[in-house]
Design a protein around this ligand. Structure first.
Ligand SMILES: [Zn+2]
Ligand SMILES: [Zn+2]
Length: 259
């Protein structure tokens, strides 16, 4: 069985101090053969990670470790780009670098309030989710990313799921049309939640809209969390009859073709 973790953070993200090499060692130790480092790129001036990412230093270290662990691990280069539809120039400049995978995220969807702050805003949960999904629709319509990270992200902060079905279907259809893949993000399992982002409810809609392919990401900010929840996600993929994929040089590769 091939194990992949395609969403991880290192010291090149403002909210992680982890060394890339520690992730590599944890991956080898725990049987993860494809590891993608996807540090945050945040262009919202309000974000604590604004202007933090250092692409030159990242690739210098990445290239060194990729060569060092070749044969034991396929190390992949990625980024998690926040609101890529808004920061198109930065996106264009950055993606000239030889990335394997670009994750697209929505971390801000109302008045520059981060989700952890937004939950204390009087706005109803329903409206907040609706605004989030409207923003996510713009990301997939803009069509610059390979994978949507944590599709139902507000779930990490609100203690309730809100399914805006028609809007979610429109997003999923656009993803399928544009060849954008769904991530199964397991970080919510480590935050006292019983579901991945997304889980069954949204994956059913994704499938009904023609979606077939998924990636798995732990969103680990420390090496200890690398590969966490992988068994849960693998089982979900099996039960849902979806196909796990990996991205190499920004091309989708089916895991079933690597065996
Ligand atoms: Zn994120
Ligand atoms: Zn992340």
């Amino acid at each position: 069985m091939i194990n992949c973790d395609l969403h991880t953070h290192t010291k090149y993200s403002d909210d992680s101090q982890e060394l890339m090499e520690n992730h590599c060692l944890k991956a080898i130790e725990s049987g993860v053969s494809f590891l993608c480092i996807t540090d945050h790129v945040d262009c919202n001036a309000i974000d604590s990670g604004f202007d933090f990412y250092d692409v030159e230093s990242f690739f210098k270290e990445f290239s060194h470790l990729k060569a060092k662990y070749q044969g034991q691990l396929t190390l992949l280069a990625g980024i998690e780009f926040g609101e890529p539809h808004i920061y198109q120039t930065q996106m264009e400049i950055l993606t000239k670098h030889p990335y394997d995978l670009i994750l697209g995220s929505v971390h801000f969807w109302y008045q520059d309030l981060y989700a952890s702050k937004l939950v204390n805003n009087p706005m109803s949960i329903e409206e907040s989710y609706q605004r989030y999904y409207q923003e996510l629709l713009k990301v997939v319509q803009d069509n610059k990313v390979d994978v949507v990270a944590h599709f139902d992200f507000p779930k990490r902060y609100y203690h309730k799921n809100v399914i805006h079905e028609e809007l979610i279907r429109t997003i999923c259809r656009t993803m399928v049309e544009n060849g954008i893949v769904m991530e199964i993000n397991t970080s919510s399992l480590r935050r006292n939640k019983t579901e991945t982002m997304p889980d069954r409810e949204i994956l059913i809609l994704y499938k009904e809209c023609g979606g077939k392919y998924v990636t798995i990401g732990s969103d680990a900010h420390i090496a200890v969390d690398l590969g966490a929840g992988l068994a849960y996600a693998k089982n979900l993929i099996k039960v849902m009859e979806l196909e796990e994929v990996v991205f190499i040089n920004r091309e989708m590769v089916l895991l079933s073709n690597l065996k």
